[in-house]
Design a protein around this ligand. Structure first.
Ligand code: G4P
Length: 198
């Protein structure tokens, strides 16, 4: 996806510890036109898969998911990381360990938000270690629904997540695949090195 790669090249910053900061358009500030383009691209890739629901996780998965839901014509649900003070229904839950934050959080979705006849597209902003995506997939399975695939905005292919999800038999569609962030340089999996500011 050329627009996304250009945004990474021009606005991304490589931080120490193999972290790509994209606060200008994805993780803090949000670029609506880019989110719309991302939604259209996920729609192009999944429009023939009978998707009835999109499942994501708060907070940065929500913007690309909503745009995809708009173009695919299906509702969006986000898993919470904190318990809602007002929920009173049953919950689906999964423990997700964050290697980046070194903490485990229990993510939850109210039981009436996914049903057994749903075909679910999981969307997230980053794929690093794959724990968030696996937690979301386990919630879909607990609901008796089917995972059609996983849509990722930025995949860090040098971390274990992609291999883990492939090994679990899950279809993964990533819009930008990063082979390496070493030396402060973004190297996409399918292109020559692109310098970004450090
Ligand atoms: P995982 O999500 O694949 O399991 O990997 P990990 O545990 O390492 O990621 C934990 C959090 O760090 C996730 O966000 C993930 O999106 C984010 N993350 C991982 N690598 C990068 C990176 O290179 N750059 C940025 N900007 N984020 C990264 P989160 O805690 O759920 O945050 P948010 O969705 O509330 O923004």
């Amino acid at each position: 996806m050329i627009k996304l790669k250009q945004a990474i090249q021009t606005q991304g910053t490589v931080l120490s510890g193999d972290i790509l900061k994209v606060d200008q358009f994805l993780n803090h500030g949000i670029d609506p036109e880019l989110m719309a383009a991302i939604g259209k691209e996920f729609t192009r890739r999944f429009e023939n898969d009978g998707i009835t629901k999109i499942l994501t996780i708060e907070s940065s998965g929500i913007a690309p998911s909503v745009m995809t839901g708009l173009y695919l014509g299906c509702p969006v649900v986000f898993a919470r990381k904190q318990k809602s003070a007002i929920h009173h229904k049953g919950l689906f839950a999964a423990d997700v360990y964050s290697y980046t934050k070194k903490t485990t959080s229990t993510i939850t979705v109210e039981a009436d938000k996914i049903s057994a006849d749903d075909t679910v597209l999981i969307i997230d902003d980053f794929l690093a270690n794959g724990q968030a995506a696996l937690g979301l997939a386990s919630i879909v399975q607990d609901a008796g629904a089917r995972v059609a695939g996983i849509g990722i905005v930025i995949e860090k292919s040098f971390q274990p997540g992609r291999t883990l999800l492939d090994g679990a038999g899950l279809r993964v569609e990533s819009l930008a695949r990063i082979a390496s962030l070493s030396d402060g340089t973004v190297r996409f999996s399918d292109e020559a090195a692109c310098e970004v500011k450090v």
